[in-house]
Design a protein around this ligand. Structure first.
Ligand code: HEM
Length: 248
């Protein structure tokens, strides 16, 4: 009888070891890329010199456009750094207070101001309507996912908090991935510069810019959703063990 009870007892997942910083090796390249992105862009938008802007400014109001970009990139940098801190398991479990503080910084010193400036620069950008719509939608989704995650944490629903914040992270990082898509698309489309574009480089560049805006956040969101829906390894192992046990 004792033996039957012991046999039918559900198998527990193996006890999880305490996470150490090196158990998440991707955290190092993540911080490196975030740091490099900020270091490569932010300085150009803190000089108060419109000539330093890396994006084309509106002829009618270059100073205002530049100031909007400066605000956006300053707060966007805070968002990019703090959201990278939030997904670091070691920091979250060892220093939950730091996680809470950097989480609030992400929402209120990152997403809220950077997102509001993003809405403005999306509309006034020199890119055409298809690109503007893609960026406005990205800003709105960034607000939506972040606030859903913030409110879930406030009501102590940490599963929902994790899910919404992973989506918010994917949207925040889409801005870095955007630059990779842009380069890939330019390389691809330049193959058709004469045949399809009839030598019109401006149209080619606009197409690449618009496609990279949409692709960057849609693909990132799809990857985030796949990540959330995948079955964790220990549950997969448990299921296989139960199946083998049942068959034996
Ligand atoms: C997720 C929501 C975001 C949206 C919708 C957004 C939108 C935009 C738009 C429309 C522009 C102007 C582009 C142009 O006129 O051609 C821009 C520029 C820029 N944004 Fe964002 N952005 C977002 C997040 C971020 C974040 C988190 C950062 C992090 C630092 C960032 C960094 C930049 C930089 C550096 C530029 C200047 C362009 C460059 O030099 O590459 N953005 N953004």
């Amino acid at each position: 009888m004792t033996q039957t009870l012991a046999q039918s007892e559900p198998e527990r997942p193996p006890a999880r070891e305490k996470p150490k910083w090196y158990r998440r090796p991707w955290i190092v390249p993540l911080f490196a890329v975030a740091g490099l992105f900020v270091a490569a862009r932010l300085p150009f938008y803190l000089t108060f010199d419109t000539g330093d802007s890396l994006v084309e400014l509106q002829d009618a109001f270059p100073e205002t456009h530049y100031l909007m970009l400066s605000g956006h990139i300053l707060f966007g940098s805070i968002a990019l750094i703090t959201c990278s801190m939030q997904v670091w398991t070691w920091l979250r479990t060892k220093h939950p207070r730091v996680h809470r503080i950097s989480g609030r910084l992400y929402v209120f010193a990152g997403v809220v101001p950077a997102g509001l400036f993003a809405l403005v620069v999306s509309v006034i950008s020199v890119v055409g309507p298809a690109g503007k719509i893609g960026n406005v939608l990205l800003s709105l989704l960034w607000f939506g996912t972040t606030f859903a995650g913030y409110l879930a944490a406030r009501r102590h629903d940490y599963q929902a908090h994790r899910r919404w914040m992973i989506r918010s992270f994917a949207l925040c990082w889409s801005i870095v991935v955007n630059r990779v898509w842009l380069v890939l698309l330019l390389v691809l489309l330049f193959q058709f510069e004469d045949s399809y574009y009839g030598g019109d480089t401006d149209v080619l560049v606009e197409d690449a810019a618009v496609a990279s805006i949409w692709l960057s956040w849609i693909v990132n969101l799809m990857i985030a959703q796949w990540w959330l829906d995948r079955r964790p390894k220990h549950r997969r192992r448990k299921r296989t063990a139960t199946k083998v046990g049942a068959e034996a």
